[in-house]
Design a protein around this ligand. Structure first.
Ligand code: BJ8
Length: 430
C-alpha cells in the first residue's frame, strides 16, 4: 500500500493511542521543528534526510515496525523499548528484535504523571510517565517489552510504577567500576539476552551477534566521522542537526541511517575543504555536556545557535557517549562477544558512577579537539547526580582554562527569557 493511501489514524487507534491528543502533540512538535530547524541557514543539503526522519517519526517509521506490508499481517520483529544508553542494542538486534528509544523529551499529562511519581522528579522521568499515561507515544505503545535500568534513583523507582502500566524488564547497572561489578554486569547482560531470546523465540548465535555488533559499530563510525568535521572553523553542520542525527540513531532503521550519516559526513568534509560553514567563521564555539536530550527537546541548542554561536560537540548520551566507543569485532563466541559488549557499555561515563572522572577528562579533551571557546553544562531540574557533577566539571574546565557555565532547566518554556539572557551574556563574554 502506498504511503499516501495508508491510514495512520487507524494504525494509531490499533495501538490504543489517544489519537486526538496525539494530533495536538504532532501539531506542537511540527511547529517547533519548523521554527527551530527549518529557519536554519546554510544547512548541508543532505540534512534533508533529517527532515524526513522528523516528519515520519510517528507515522512512517511506526508503520515500518508494526505493519510494513500495510495489510495488518503480524509484525515481522518484536519491538523493544528503552530509555537509557546502558541497554545494548547489539543484544536486542542479535535476538531478532528492534530496539527503539521511547518518548521522554517533553512534558505530557504532568498532573497524571504526578499521581505516580513525586512532583520534584526530573522532567525526563515525568515525561515518560506522562507519555504512557496520556497514550501519545507510538513507540511506547508499540513496544512488546520495555527494558528499564537501575541507574539514577528517580528512574529506578519510577520503573516500579511504569511496570504496572507496561510489560517491563529491569536490568541492574553497577555504580562503581571494580572487577566484581564488571563480572556482575557481564552476568546481568546474559540475563537480559535470555529475556530477549524468550520474547522473540530466537536464539542469539555467534553469527547474529557478530552481525549486530558490526551494524551498531558502522552507525557509530559514521557518527564519529561526522563529528570530526565539526572541528573545522567554520563548522559545516549545526549542533541542532547533529543532535537530531543522534536522536534518530535511537529510532530510525540502523543501516539506512548509517548510509544517510555517511552522506552527511561526506558533504561536510567537502564543505570543510571549501571553507563553507553553517555559521560564519569565527562564530563562538560551544561544547555541551550534561543530561541527555530526548526528542523533541531542542530548546537549549536552538537558543545557543539563534544567539549566533554554534555547538561543535556534545558529551552526553545523545552525543559522543553514544558513538565514541565501539565493541571489538574480533570475538569468536557468543560468550566472548557478550563480555566485549558488557565492557564497552560499562565504560559509558554516566553520572550514576562514582567516581566518574572520565567524564571530566572527556569534556576537556573534546573541548580542545573541537576548539571550543566555552563549555555549557546543563542538568535537568531535580537531577541530583548531574547537578552534583557540575562542581567537579567546573573545576576541570577552570584548570584547563576554558570558560564554563552551568544551567539547570526543564522542558517548559517558563525560564526561556532568563535562560536566553544568561546564554547570550556567556557567549558575549567568550
Ligand atoms: S546513561 S544519563 S540515559 S541514566 S536526567 S532520568 S539521570 S534524574 S537520563 Fe541517563 Fe542512562 Fe545515564 Fe544516559 Fe535520572 Fe538525571 Fe533524570 Fe536522567
Amino acid at each position: 500500500m502506498s504511503e499516501q493511501d495508508y491510514d495512520y489514524r487507524s494504525m494509531w487507534e490499533g495501538l490504543d493511542m489517544d489519537v486526538e491528543a496525539h494530533d495536538g502533540l504532532l501539531e506542537a512538535v511540527g511547529q517547533m521543528y519548523s521554527s527551530m530547524y527549518l529557519t536554519q541557514e546554510n544547512r548541508p543539503a543532505s540534512t534533508a534526510y533529517l527532515d524526513g526522519v522528523a516528519t515520519n517519526l510517528h507515522s512512517g517509521r511506526i508503520r515500518e515496525l508494526v505493519d510494513p506490508q500495510g495489510d495488518g499481517s503480524p509484525r515481522p520483529k518484536k519491538v523493544i523499548g528503552s530509555f537509557c544508553l546502558y541497554v545494548p542494542e547489539e543484544i536486542i538486534t542479535a535476538a531478532g528484535a528492534v530496539e527503539v528509544g521511547l518518548c521522554a523529551g517533553a512534558d505530557w499529562a504532568p498532573a497524571e504523571a504526578e499521581k505516580h511519581v513525586p512532583r520534584n522528579t526530573c522532567p525526563l522521568i515525568k515525561g515518560f510517565m506522562g507519555f504512557k499515561l496520556g497514550r501519545v507515544c507510538p513507540y511506547i505503545e508499540s513496544a512488546d517489552l520495555v527494558v528499564g535500568e537501575n541507574t539514577c534513583d528517580g528512574k529506578k523507582k519510577a520503573y516500579e510504577q511504569f511496570g504496572k502500566l507496561k510489560n517491563t524488564f529491569v536490568i541492574d547497572v553497577p555504580h562503581v567500576r571494580t572487577d566484581e561489578t564488571r563480572q556482575m554486569w557481564r552476568n546481568e547482560l546474559r540475563r537480559l539476552a535470555a529475556r530477549i531470546e524468550q520474547e522473540t523465540g530466537q536464539k542469539i548465535t555467534a553469527e547474529s551477534l557478530r552481525a549486530a555488533i558490526k551494524l551498531a559499530n558502522d552507525k557509530r563510525r559514521a557518527l564519529q566521522r561526522l563529528s570530526a568535521t565539526r572541528a573545522a572553523d567554520p563548522t559545516p553542520i549545526s549542533g541542532l542537526d547533529s543532535l537530531l542525527t543522534v536522536q534518530a540513531a535511537f529510532m530510525d532503521d540502523s543501516a539506512r541511517l548509517t548510509g544517510a550519516i555517511n552522506e552527511m559526513a561526506a558533504e561536510c568534509e567537502g564543505r570543510v575543504k571549501d571553507g563553507e560553514g553553517v555559521a560564519p567563521k569565527g562564530a563562538k564555539r560551544i561544547l555541551y555536556t550534561g543530561t541527555p536530550m530526548a526528542v523533541p527537546n531542542w530548546k537549549l541548542f536552538n537558543m545557543i545557535e539563534k544567539a549566533g554561536a554554534v555547538v561543535v560537540g556534545e558529551e552526553y548520551c545523545t552525543g559522543s557517549r553514544y558513538y565514541k566507543d565501539l565493541v571489538p569485532e574480533t570475538g569468536a563466541t557468543v560468550d566472548e562477544m557478550l563480555d566485549d559488549i558488557a565492557d564497552r557499555y560499562l565504560n559509558i561515563q554516566c553520572a550514576i558512577f562514582t567516581p566518574n572522572h572520565g567524564r571530566e577528562e572527556d569534556v576537556v579533551r573534546m573541548a580542545k579537539e573541537l576548539h571550543a571557546d566555552g563549555i555549557i553544562d546543563c542538568a535537568l531540574q531535580f537531577c541530583t547526580i548531574y547537578e552534583q557533577e557540575s562542581f567537579g566539571m567546573e573545576e576541570a574546565a577552570e584548570k584547563a582554562g576554558i570558560p564554563f557555565m552551568h544551567i539547570t532547566t526543564d522542558y517548559s518554556g517558563q525560564d526561556e527569557g532568563q535562560l536566553k539572557t544568561r546564554v547570550e551574556a556567556f557567549i558575549e563574554m567568550l
